[in-house]
Design a protein around this ligand. Structure first.
Ligand SMILES: [Fe+2]
Ligand SMILES: [Fe+2]
Length: 289
């Protein structure tokens, strides 16, 4: 099964800056934001603002200079920037003291840890040595991340009692789903019939998978953010769901990289968001519908 939006023309037709100027800010202020929501929004806004750096890293590689890929990356980068911008605006309207989206992007990058820099280096090395495999990995990785991002915004929309936050999250999630569709379909095309690329992507994911932002946030910050949204055993449900979706790609049967990560981070979590069930953490054991 192919995802709905598969080719670049369809993306060009629907790509747009997220609409947020029409939101009822007074209503947003009236409902306010909880401490947990503020933490999640800060994290999301930070990560969204970093997309331009992922874009720059991949775009400087010769292997990525395919006009169609660059077109998608341009739209993707533009859309993600405005996710950060709109989330920042919502926080400001609700009286949360925040940096502007631009200041945020600059400051976070300055703090990018060695890991982010090392990843950039490793990425370039793989791209030079195995360009086709690198692009397959980039697409596969993108699909993994966009799948979690979509789930996270949808969950935030479901949980909040602030109707304006819910509406904004739904609008963002719609774009994230489209990003996922692009990466998923690209990964399918590039993994199809490529045994080595399939094994390589699976091995890299098993060894290094972590939610997006690993280079600019600590493992603990990422784990707390995901578990804050999906507390207890729910983290394994969402990880199982992502694995099931991605397992539909060629050679990805039995994918367990997200469950491995969720198990690994349990000791970093505060008691109230730690998984309780003993059966949780087995790949596919608690996969959500
Ligand atoms: Fe986004
Ligand atoms: Fe996205």
């Amino acid at each position: 099964m192919r995802e709905a939006v598969s080719d670049i023309a369809s993306h060009i037709a629907v790509s747009h800056k997220i609409q947020f100027e029409d939101l009822d800010w007074e209503l947003a202020r009236k409902h306010g934001l909880t401490e947990t929501e503020i933490q999640s929004l800060h994290y999301f806004a930070d990560i969204e603002s970093q997309t331009v750096h992922y874009f720059l890293e991949v775009a400087k590689l010769k292997v990525a200079r395919d006009p169609e890929l660059l077109t998608f990356l341009t739209m993707w980068n533009y859309e993600e920037y405005f996710h950060s911008y709109a989330l920042t605006r919502l926080m400001e309207e609700c009286g949360v003291r925040v940096m502007t989206a631009t200041e945020r992007a600059t400051e976070i990058r300055q703090n990018a840890r060695f890991k982010a820099k090392f990843e950039d280096f490793a990425q370039s090395a793989i791209a030079v040595a195995m360009p086709k495999t690198f692009i397959a990995l980039w697409m596969f990785w993108g699909a993994l991340q966009e799948c979690l991002t979509t789930q996270a915004y949808e969950e935030l929309a479901r949980q909040t009692t602030n109707p304006v936050l819910a509406e904004l999250c739904k609008r963002i999630a719609k774009q994230e789903r489209r990003h996922f569709a692009y990466y998923f379909n690209q990964a399918r095309d590039r993994l199809s019939g490529q045994k080595f690329a399939q094994q390589f992507c699976k091995a890299i994911a098993r060894a290094f998978y972590a939610p997006v932002g690993g280079g600019v946030k600590t493992d603990e910050q990422a784990a707390r953010c995901v578990a804050g949204l999906f507390p207890g055993d729910k983290i394994f449900e969402v990880m199982g769901y992502i694995e099931k979706r991605l397992a539909q790609l060629p050679g990805m049967e039995g994918l367990d990289c997200c469950t491995i990560w969720a198990n690994k981070v349990q000791p970093m979590l505060p008691n109230e968001t730690r998984a309780k069930s003993k059966s949780a953490g087995q790949p596919g054991s608690t996969a959500a519908a």
